[in-house]
Design a protein around this ligand. Structure first.
Ligand code: CTP
Length: 397
């Protein structure tokens, strides 16, 4: 789920830099809403922030179409409030509990942490009252992204310059515990079962839900990767931002993965691909009779994981091993036979890690050995897999 950042803009010339911050936070996967003091509206139009955030901007507590109590609504909505730029005035108000316009009132109603990025003239910054308020706010647990020194907009030299946009965004992401370690990487993930047609209405399938692969795709997107998700038939919602390619059969999945891998830096093969497919697919619905139908001849499908590993070069490819016995033995055999960089070994005979469950119990098998994890929600398993994949990628670089 996207993190919610409330950007509170107070009246200083650095307000224009907050426009860029909205975009950067959105690019990092946050949803951003904006509230502005009346003075901030003198420096920059609320329409600019409205267009960027795609939400109405709160500028007046008594004129906000979405809610009769916008300060309460936004105070509950935010996971974090960034006050940027923070003037001496807004810090003084928050330190004293004054709520006389929409920003100070909303900060008072906040249920989330707030971080101040002050910007002002050097003498205003150094003033005892301002420094006293900063100290008081810090004591109360508010965060600060301190101003830097340099030539100020008023022409004075000294402290009071808004911290750099990159530092402010990095600090907000750190407060929200958002990790962007996969930014710039292109990841191929396959997920779900495949359906192997017998006739136009019947097929051979397996019980894979696709949840593990979709969780990996979501976690990778959250960490900044571009993701191509090749999905077998499953009804899960597409993680926002993923390029999803829906396929039906093992053959379709093979074609889609081989093509997507051309542009990928790494692949994670979590799909439960059918090992066999009917040799002949009837072109009409097979009719029932009292006679036995004999047998359906099955032929092997192509092994996608093994094929990707054959052409991967220095790229990282991770597979899964769904087992009901000798988990580590079978997973190790697959690691070696398919030349994978890592196998996520998963005992599908246990209720907490069976196909379709929301948790998983896995071990990671690599050339370096075996690492066992406890039973975890699939979202956490996804992050653990990506931690190992990111480490393998960085070792190759
Ligand atoms: N896999 C694949 N293409 C196939 C079969 C499997 O890419 N045709 C991949 C799976 O996505 C998984 C890994 O191979 O990452 C292991 O799949 P699994 O079904 O556990 O093993 P198999 O190789 O099919 O061997 P077996 O069924 O005998 O255990």
């Amino acid at each position: 789920m996207k993190k919610h950042v409330l950007l509170a803009v107070s009246g200083g010339i650095a307000a224009y830099k907050s426009c860029d911050i909205v975009r950067r936070l959105q690019d990092a996967g946050c949803e951003v809403r904006v509230c502005m003091t009346p003075d901030a509206c003198e420096f920059i139009s609320p329409i600019t922030f409205e267009a960027l955030s795609q939400y109405p901007v709160l500028t007046d507590l008594f004129d906000f179409p979405e809610s009769p109590n916008p300060h309460i609504m936004l105070g509950a909505w935010a996971d974090l409030c960034l006050v940027c730029p923070a003037t001496a005035d807004i810090m003084a108000k928050v330190a004293s509990g004054i709520a006389d316009e929409c920003v100070s009132t909303t900060i008072l109603a906040l249920r989330a942490p707030a971080v101040f990025a002050p910007a002002m003239n050097v003498h205003m910054w150094r003033d005892e009252a301002t420094q006293g308020n900063v100290a008081l706010l810090q004591q109360r647990g508010y965060g600060f992204i301190m101003p830097t020194s340099g030539l100020l907009a008023c022409g004075d030299m000294g402290e009071g310059k808004l911290a750099s946009v990159s530092d402010i965004v990095a600090s907000v992401l750190a407060h929200l515990k958002i990790v962007r370690d996969l930014a710039g990487l292109k990841l191929l993930v396959n997920a779900g079962p495949t359906h192997e047609a017998i006739d136009p209405v019947r097929y051979i399938a397996n019980a894979s839900s696709g949840k593990m692969g979709f969780s990996i795709a979501q976690a990778a997107l959250d960490r900044g990767a571009a993701v191509t998700l090749v999905a077998g038939p499953c009804s899960l919602a597409t993680p926002e931002g993923a390029e999803r390619i829906d396929v039906v059969s093992a053959h379709d999945m093979y074609e889609a993965c081989m093509s997507a891998f051309e542009h990928a830096d790494a692949a994670i093969c979590s799909a439960a691909v059918a090992d066999y497919t009917p040799k002949i697919v009837a072109d009409h619905k097979l009719k029932k009779s009292d006679e036995p139908i004999g047998s359906i001849e099955l032929v092997p499908t192509k092994d996608i994981l093994a094929e990707l590993c054959r052409i991967k070069g220095t790229r990282v490819v991770c597979g899964f091993a769904a087992e009901t016995s000798d988990l580590i033995g079978n997973a190790t055999e697959k690691l070696v036979r398919k030349h994978a960089d890592m196998i996520v070994a998963n005992d599908v005979s246990k209720p907490e890690s069976t196909f379709g469950s929301d948790t998983n119990l896995v071990s990671f098998v690599t050339a370096d050995g075996v690492e066992e994890l406890p039973t975890l929600p699939k979202e956490e398993v996804a992050d653990a897999i990506l931690d190992r994949v990111a480490r393998l990628i960085s070792e190759r670089r």
